[in-house]
Write a protein that binds this ligand. Structure first.
Ligand code: ADP
Ligand code: MG
Length: 771
């Protein structure tokens, strides 16, 4: 023991010497100077003394003040100073994987080290950590997973939970677990960091934990709403939302040569933007004043127009464009690259910043471009608080972000663009004022901003709780409802009961709320349980290629486009992919056609011809890879086994897997003379959405439909559906426990004829092995 102590001490001494040497080197001195210039530096002593005197400390401060990069270092440096460097182990969590990588790399650089020395990182499937790593950045999910095997976080001295103001589900969940842990680990220190000043809530949650606020400074930002942008271009929004050229002197002098032509371009771009906005969620007055607008996409032409204005007329400075997601970003980037001004690489450096970008691309975002080159970064809301780009002077804000929203009707979360909150809009605007006074262009009128919610609801209150409940169970945290009562803001009891009930129905929990084998596999797949179920059975039955497409397809915007004026043509194009009474299988065919065309670089033409969204196809393509690697983690796919074999495309088998995932989303098909009617248990009569391939047939030769989603308008409509037989429902609806498999196997003889497929027997044999 004594010799261990000596080793620790020697290593700690060494850490101190190394750090001193670095700080005295020319680069080290420069880095230190920069660090000392950050607002966080001035609060260093206050922060450290609060941490030494309290088990929990909350730190808040403007984005970019140095919380994420500096505070973990302050702690590390203070431990080193007290010759405890080798004894400390600091974990700092981030909500997103990309900030883990960016921040850890930055912190290592500030310390003059490579990643994997004192500073390491860990995200799913990737990480760098060495024997001497004492500061580890990881995603919140990674820390939750660690708690699975290490309930007391043995050996960890400090846990820092960053970006708690975002109120993500994982963070709220982690806080309950840590709160329970604190009494068991009295020497453990917990530091919570937040951008906006909602810190009182956290302080009272942790029994009056002290707050340290880092005062920040930002330059004023000039704000333009849509009407101001129009006015500067010499136009005006009339009360009925038409664009009117009222002959005003233009402030934006872009239209010297061909004013008339210019006008029509801008006018139509803006009108497009307005038309494509969905203002249903707003107050009746706002809706009234915006009645002819409708959002799914933001007006790309309009963004292009503003970017052009900035490049042509404005002072130097980088531009940050907030968009909804990766698909929008990549389409806009393609579009801008072919623009005469914005695509000119000697004048413009065009970059993307989103959750799934490569780390080489990431670094470029922080670099200053050469003189005369303007940096334009197209970003998702990760650039709102987690990533700070220093030289931004102009911000363009589309007003939307993708968030999961809870549809209480059918418990389905979907990642859809929705309006941001006032806090987010202010945060986005603030990004323009970091180095000098800035400009912010909001692509929506003032009245829309006024109708934004003040704050966004915490995720735990707006998304279904099924995955969270599974996690609570896998961490053995006792009764789900009791546990969730201890949350910062508890979800409604009904929402909790719904989730537990659903998990029992699909066989992830048994009657006593214990995890089943299936449940345990589902906890390894961070996605909706129904998608996880499909992937699991798809893997067991070796049908992954088509099933990955279906699961990815259920996670993106509907790839089948139906322009209102060409609905018949679009429906016919979709029908072309359908021969088996299944929207899901139609998607598989559409995707495979696209994949073949894309190989010959004809993906766009293919999409155009078939009324498909090329963006959605690309998104499906990348999600497939992501889901495959998730599945790999569970050990259910063997890398020796290919994604498909001769029966992977067997229609009956695929129907069975779809049913296994979508159950209990099921309705019966009742035929009368000419057509059929549909009924579900809960709603009675339901209708098919007119885009469904099943809506076009008057006879469905199956007694049941499984569906992914119900929408209530006046009646209840089912979106994508797949027809299934009695036997598929019998065998794949609900739970498959080991006993039932045995029972079913006995009956299977009779059904084999019905399936007309001998592979079912083989499939059951492998199911039996796995479950
Ligand atoms: P906070 O967490 O308070 O938002 P950060 O600690 O992330 O702030 O960043 C503090 C400052 O460090 C930023 O304003 C920026 O100047 C600089 N910085 C952060 N990350 C990087 C990076 N990867 N490259 C260059 N500079 C960075
Ligand atoms: Mg930060």
């Amino acid at each position: 023991k004594a010799s261990m102590k000596k080793i620790h001490w020697e290593r700690s001494m060494q850490m101190q010497t190394e750090q001193q040497t670095w700080q005295e080197s020319p680069e080290g001195r420069k880095m230190l100077e920069f660090r000392c210039s950050l607002p966080a530096y001035k609060e260093k002593d206050a922060i450290l003394s609060a941490i030494s005197q309290n088990q929990v400390v909350i730190v808040s401060g403007e984005t970019g003040c140095g919380k994420t990069t500096q505070i973990p270092q302050f702690i590390l440096e203070s431990e080193i100073e007290y010759i405890r460097g080798d004894m400390c182990s600091i974990i700092c969590t981030q909500p997103r994987r990309i900030s883990v990588m960016a921040v850890s790399e930055r912190v290592a650089a500030e310390r003059g080290e490579l990643l994997g020395e004192t500073v390491g990182y860990k995200v799913r499937l990737e990480g760098v950590k060495g024997r001497d790593t004492h500061l580890l950045f990881c995603t919140t999910g990674i820390l939750l997973r660690r708690l699975l095997v290490d309930r007391n976080l043995k050996g960890i001295t400090h846990v820092i939970v960053d970006e708690i103001h975002e109120r993500g589900m994982n963070e709220d969940f982690l806080l309950i677990v840590l709160k329970d842990l604190l009494p068991r680990r009295p020497e453990l220190r917990l530091i919570l960091m937040s951008a906006t000043l909602d810190a009182e809530l956290f302080s009272s949650y942790f029994n009056g934990a002290p707050l340290v606020h880092i005062p920040g400074f930002t330059y004023p930002v000039h704000t333009h709403f849509l009407e101001n942008i129009l006015e500067m271009s010499g136009y005006r929004l009339t009360p009925d939302n038409q664009i009117d050229d009222y002959g005003q002197e233009r402030t934006w002098k872009m239209n010297k040569q061909a004013p008339r032509k210019r006008k029509s371009q801008i006018a139509s771009a803006v009108e497009d933007t307005l038309r494509s906005a969905d203002f249903q969620e707003f107050s009746p007055e706002t809706q009234e004043s915006l009645s002819c607008w409708n959002p799914d996409c933001i007006g790309f032409n309009f963004i292009e127009y503003i970017l052009c204005h900035i490049c042509e007329n404005e002072r130097p400075g980088a531009v940050l464009v907030f968009m909804t997601g990766w698909d929008d970003i990549s389409s806009l980037k393609d579009k801008l690259q072919s623009h005469p001004i914005l695509g000119n690489t000697s004048r413009v450096l065009l970059l993307a910043c989103h959750g799934s970008m490569a780390s080489s691309e990431q670094r470029l975002i922080f670099d200053k471009p050469e003189d005369g080159v303007r940096k334009i970064v197209l970003a998702t809301n990760i650039a709102e608080t987690s990533i700070t780009i220093d030289d931004v002077v102009f911000v363009i804000d589309c007003g939307k972000a993708k968030e999961t929203s809870y549809d209480a009707l059918n418990n389905t979360p979907r990642l859809l663009p929705s309006w941001i909150s006032k806090v987010s809009a202010r945060q986005r605007r603030g990004r323009a004022g970091r180095v000098q006074p800035g400009e912010c262009y909001h692509l929506y009128p003032r009245c829309v901003y006024d109708a934004f919610a003040d704050y966004q609801l915490p995720e735990i209150l707006r998304t279904p709780l099924q995955s969270l409940c599974l996690q609570i169970k896998s961490l053995k945290l006792g009764s789900i409802s009791e546990f969730l009562k201890r949350a910062l803001q508890s979800p409604e009891l009904l929402a909790v009961q719904n989730a537990v009930e659903y998990l029992k129905i699909i066989g992830a929990l048994d009657e006593n709320e214990n995890l089943t084998v299936l449940g345990r596999y589902l906890t390894m797949l961070p996605m909706e349980p129904k998608l996880g179920k499909m992937l699991i059975l798809g893997a067991i039955l070796n049908c992954l290629d088509p099933i990955l497409t279906i699961v990815a397809g259920l996670s993106v915007r509907d790839p089948f486009l139906t322009p209102l004026d060409k609905k018949d043509l679009a429906d016919a194009a979709k029908a072309h992919f359908s021969r088996d009474f299944s929207d899901h299988l139609a998607l598989v065919r559409a995707y495979e056609g696209w994949r073949d065309a894309e190989r010959d670089l004809a993906g766009y033409e293919y999409c155009w011809k078939n009324f498909l969204s090329a963006q959605s196809m690309k998104a499906i393509d990348s999600l497939r890879k992501e889901f495959y690697s998730l599945l790999n983690d569970t050990g259910l796919v063997d890398s020796n086994i290919t994604m498909y074999n001769s029966w992977s495309y067997d229609e009956h088998l695929l129907r069975a897997i779809i049913c296994y995932g979508l159950y209990p989303g099921i309705c019966s098909v009742l035929h009368n003379e000419k057509s059929f009617s549909l009924k579900t248990m809960e709603d009675g009569q339901v209708l098919l959405h007119s885009n469904s391939v099943n809506a076009r047939d008057s006879r469905i030769p199956y007694p049941w439909l499984v569906f992914n989603e119900k929408i209530k308008v006046n009646s209840v409509f089912l979106r994508d559906s797949t027809a299934i037989s009695d036997s598929v429902l019998l065998l794949f609806g609900g739970t498959i426990s080991k006993g039932e498999v045995d029972g079913h196997l006995k009956m299977l003889g009779g059904y084999l004829e019905f399936f007309m497929n001998p592979t079912i027997a083989e499939m059951y044999r492998s199911l039996r092995r796995e479950l």
